[in-house]
Design a protein around this ligand. Structure first.
Ligand SMILES: [Zn+2]
Length: 191
């Protein structure tokens, strides 16, 4: 019996025969969203972003560090040290974790995972616990030995919130707006 010749699918003619295998994996994607959000921060010394994800891998909240809504960030101080603590940013600034929780677009964030650039401080640990977030994935732990981080670990552990350090598959993700115009180039260059 003669074999029926099937037409070659168009995608094979273009040289693309199978799906990409260097696509961003979910954890890298969510951490990248946190880092992209941090680019919105006006803090000159520390830009932190957070991204809350539910059990269906859907993003339900994003935030970055900044002054409270309606409080003029040109009038409030951004310095890290001053003779008077009221002249530093610390009493005023909202951390990324707080903003991500408050910005949630779901009824609640119970059972969710938070991706955040820096290990959360003790104040954010309280918010994370009270919001019902069950897991924290952080990238840097550079303030590990401070009392705030020590208290934070103590609280998170007692409350049964898991936390783990994120090891990115790629150290850099480049977003090139021009890539969409290059045939065969997919819309994110990654290395
Ligand atoms: Zn905090």
């Amino acid at each position: 019996m003669e074999e029926i010749q099937q037409p070659t699918p168009a995608y094979q003619n273009s040289g693309i025969t199978r799906k990409r295998d260097d696509y961003l994996e979910w954890p890298d994607y969510f951490m990248a969203v946190a880092f992209l959000s941090a680019q919105r921060s006006k803090d000159p010394s520390s830009q932190v972003g957070a991204c809350i994800v539910n059990q269906e891998n859907k993003i339900v909240g994003i935030g970055y560090n900044g002054m409270p809504n309606g409080c003029d960030d040109d009038l409030l101080p951004w310095s890290r040290s001053a003779d008077d603590r009221l002249d530093t940013k610390y009493p005023y600034v909202c951390h990324a974790e707080l903003n991500a929780i408050m910005n949630k677009n779901s009824a609640d964030v119970k059972g969710c995972t938070m991706y955040v650039a820096l290990f959360p401080c003790n104040e954010c640990a309280k918010l994370i616990i009270q919001a019902g977030i069950k897991e924290v994935v952080y990238l840097s732990d550079k303030y590990h030995d401070s009392p705030e981080m020590t208290a934070s670990r103590r609280l998170l552990t007692m409350a049964g919130v898991q936390y783990r350090q994120f090891k990115p598959k790629k150290t850099e993700i480049v977003i090139d707006f021009n890539s969409i115009n290059h045939p065969g180039m997919l819309n994110s260059a990654t290395k």
